[in-house]
Design a protein around this ligand. Structure first.
Ligand SMILES: Cc1ncc(COP(=O)(O)O)c(C=O)c1O
Length: 354
């Protein structure tokens, strides 16, 4: 606390990111990073002397080459793409540029915990809509007059995905405000709403390079939507930080997007490991929600408390995520690592249950 702080800062309750401890040999399954390196072209690029030499120049404020690469990959026009410094940055632009309206916005009670933080920071009023008993997103409940709707699909931390039909029904009903679909985890088996963009002028889809493209450390994310929505994000970006993507990030992002084969192989491997881990955890008595993400949300069997499980794993150098919040405090979230990392996790869990 300080008397020099603005009243806004006094009132903030900031987002708490998952830990990034520097401990040798730690198995990190707490922040949904990829266990695999970025596409091989990324390492090649970083080794070229010209990459460093170009840093004396400002980057392209439009990040045009990256927009072009994403547009081609997603079957969009470049004017339908916005890029940002991680999808958190893209979401910030969307809150400021599209969701800050006179009416409250709507999002689920259990979802990405950054949404209420941005509401506080940007002065956006909101109402939360409870997930159904089975944690599925009840999109039929999003019927009230609103200033916008945002939800993650698949949702976090549950890992559950909604079908494109359900999202389209919501878009048909909710035409008066923007619907933001946060697709941070969509590449692990869910259906992307990018396919609906040409038909719905109020749809904004947000994706990240942090999970399926193994670039959490680079900070890259993008939004896709009709050009008039993208223009709103550009207007906010150019009034805040006109160069959110540095020269290295732009080149790295292009290399990652263009290597479709490597991207698909990583996603397939993570999904295969996820299914094996799910089966093993169920075999040990866990309840595991059917995940379409690179993590599983699981309730340990009676006798093994979720918080205690997270603590014991931590003592054994394995980090997972525990949320001490209503409705989810009996669950843990476990990111999908390599098969070897998951074998280690499972053998530790087995030993705790003996
Ligand atoms: C649902 C969801 N959206 C957005 C993000 C932000 O990702 P990033 O800022 O790394 O792109 C995360 C990160 O975990 C997330 O879980």
């Amino acid at each position: 606390m300080s008397s020099y702080w603005s009243p806004l800062v006094h009132s903030l309750d900031p987002y708490i990111p998952g830990e990034q401890p520097r401990v040798d040999g730690l198995i990190k399954l707490n922040t949904n990073e990829s266990p695999y390196p970025p596409a091989p072209g990324v390492a090649q690029l970083l080794q070229q002397p010209a990459t460093a030499e170009r840093l004396r120049l400002y980057p392209d404020p439009n990040s045009q080459s990256l927009k072009d690469a994403i547009a081609e990959d997603q079957g969009l026009a470049p004017a339908q793409v916005f890029v940002g410094n991680g999808s958190d940055d893209v979401l910030a632009m969307a809150f400021m540029g599209l969701l800050k309206q006179a009416r409250p916005i709507l999002f689920p009670d259990i979802t990405y915990s950054f949404y209420p933080v941005y509401c506080q920071l940007f002065g956006v009023e909101y109402h939360t809509i409870p997930l159904a008993e089975d944690f599925s997103l009840d999109l039929d409940a999003y019927t009230t007059d609103n200033g916008g709707i945002i939800f993650a699909n698949p949702n976090a931390p549950t890992g559950l995905a909604q079908s494109l039909d359900q999202i389209e029904t919501l878009l048909q009903r909710n035409t008066g405000s923007v619907v933001v679909v946060d697709e941070a985890y969509v590449d692990f088996g869910a259906e992307s709403a990018v396919a609906l963009i040409d038909r719905y002028p109020n749809l904004l889809v947000v994706q990240t390079f942090s999970k399926s493209r193994s670039l959490a450390g680079m900070r890259l994310g993008f939004a896709a939507g009709q050009a008039h929505l993208i223009e709103a994000l550009n207007r906010v970006k150019n009034s805040f930080n006109p160069y959110p993507i540095d020269r290295i990030a732009e080149a790295v992002g292009c290399a990652a997007v263009r290597d479709v084969g490597y991207f698909e192989a990583c996603c397939q491997q993570i999904m295969a490991t996820r299914e094996t881990v799910t089966g093993a955890l169920v075999g040990l008595g866990f309840e595991v929600l059917p995940s379409k993400t690179n993590f599983v949300f699981a309730r340990p069997p009676a006798g093994l408390d979720a918080a205690e499980l997270a603590n014991r794993l931590r003592q054994d150098n394995v980090l997972i995520r525990y949320f001490n919040k209503p409705r989810v405090r009996e669950f843990v979230r476990i990111s999908i690592g390599t098969d070897e990392q998951m074998d280690r996790l499972l053998s530790l869990v087995r030993s705790y249950l003996q």
